[in-house]
Design a binder for this molecule. Structure first.
Ligand SMILES: CC(C)(COP(=O)(O)OP(=O)(O)OC[C@H]1O[C@@H](n2cnc3c(N)ncnc32)[C@H](O)[C@@H]1OP(=O)(O)O)[C@@H](O)C(=O)NCCC(=O)NCCS
Length: 230
C-alpha cells in the first residue's frame, strides 16, 4: 500500500476538511484551510494513496460488465467519496500548520503553530502522523525560520500525547483550563526547532547521503566504461 506524503494544495482542502470532520471535534471553515495554504504553502502536508480509489469509483458508478455496460448501481456507498481529492488520490492524513501571525502576541521570535493533525482510522499506527509532523516542523524552521512551534492537545488524547511528547519531544508548558468547547482541559505544548536535528536524513536513518561531486564522477566513469566496451 504505497502512501505519498506531499505538500497540501488548494485542491486538497475539501478532502482535508472531510478527514478533519471524521477524526476530530475541532472543525474549521474551508476558508481557514485556504488561509493556511495560501499564506504558508510550504507548511501543510497530506498523506495520500491511490489504493482502493478504483473500488470507490466502482461503488459510485456501478460495476461494469465486460462489454462496458453498467451491471448495477449501488444502493449505498461504503466509503465516503470526498476522500478522493481532485488529484484522484485518497487523502488518508494531513497536518495543517502555520506561522503565528497574531499581532497581539508577545513572542519576539518567529514561531509556528500546528492547527490540526489527523490520520484516517485504517491508516493509523503506521508512522504517518510522525512523518507528517516532521515534514511540517522542518518546513516551518527551514522556510519561515520558526524558532519554536506550539500546539494544543486534549488531556485525554493518549495517542496524540504519545506522539508529541514521547516521539517528537514536545514539552508540556501549561494546562489550559476548559480550552475545548466541551470543557476539557488542554496541554499547551512547545518544541524548540533546530534545523540540523530536523533534517529528513537525521530521522530516516539514511545510509547514503547525496554527494553531487562523487555522484557526477561515478556517472562519468560509468559512461567511460560503457563507451570503451562498445
Ligand atoms: C493521533 C494520531 C494523529 C496519530 O496518528 P498515527 O499515524 O497513528 O501515529 P503514528 O503511527 O505516527 O505514531 C506515532 C507514535 O504515537 C504512538 N501512538 C499512535 N497511536 C497511539 C495510541 N492509540 N496509543 C498510544 N500510542 C499511540 C505510536 O506508537 C508512535 O509511537 P513510537 O514513536 O513510540 O513508536 C491519530 O491517532 C489520529 O488521527 N487521531 C484522531 C485525531 C487526533 O487526535 N489528532 C490530534 C489532535 S491534537
Amino acid at each position: 500500500m504505497p502512501i505519498t506524503i506531499r505538500h497540501a494544495t488548494i485542491d486538497d482542502i475539501l478532502a482535508m476538511q472531510n478527514a478533519n470532520l471524521h477524526n476530530l471535534p475541532e472543525n474549521y471553515m474551508l476558508k481557514y484551510y485556504m488561509y493556511h495554504i495560501l499564506s504558508w504553502p510550504e507548511a501543510s502536508f497530506v498523506a495520500t494513496t491511490t489504493d482502493d480509489v478504483d473500488d470507490i469509483m466502482d461503488q459510485l458508478t456501478g460495476e461494469e460488465e465486460e462489454d462496458g455496460k453498467i451491471l448495477s448501481l449501488p444502493t449505498e456507498t461504503k466509503l465516503d467519496p470526498s476522500y478522493i481529492a481532485h488529484t484522484g488520490e485518497k487523502l488518508v492524513g494531513y497536518v495543517l500548520a502555520k506561522m503565528n501571525d497574531d499581532p497581539d502576541s508577545k513572542e519576539t521570535e518567529p514561531n509556528g503553530h500546528i492547527t490540526s493533525l489527523s490520520v484516517m482510522r485504517t491508516y493509523r499506527r503506521m508512522g504517518l502522523a510522525e512523518k507528517l509532523m516532521r515534514q511540517a516542523l522542518f518546513a516551518l524552521c527551514e522556510v519561515h525560520k520558526a524558532k519554536f512551534v506550539s500546539l494544543h492537545v486534549r488531556q485525554s488524547n493518549r495517542a496524540a500525547l504519545h506522539l508529541y511528547r514521547d516521539t517528537l519531544a514536545f514539552q508540556v508548558l501549561s494546562v489550559e483550563s476548559s480550552y475545548y468547547q466541551d470543557g476539557e482541559d488542554a496541554y499547551a505544548m512547545e518544541k524548540r526547532l533546530e534545523l540540523e536535528q530536523l533534517l529528513p536524513s537525521s530521522f530516516q536513518n539514511a545510509q547514503e547521503e547525496d554527494n553531487l561531486e562523487s555522484d557526477l564522477f561515478e556517472d562519468i566513469v560509468k559512461q567511460g566504461v560503457e563507451e570503451i566496451s562498445v
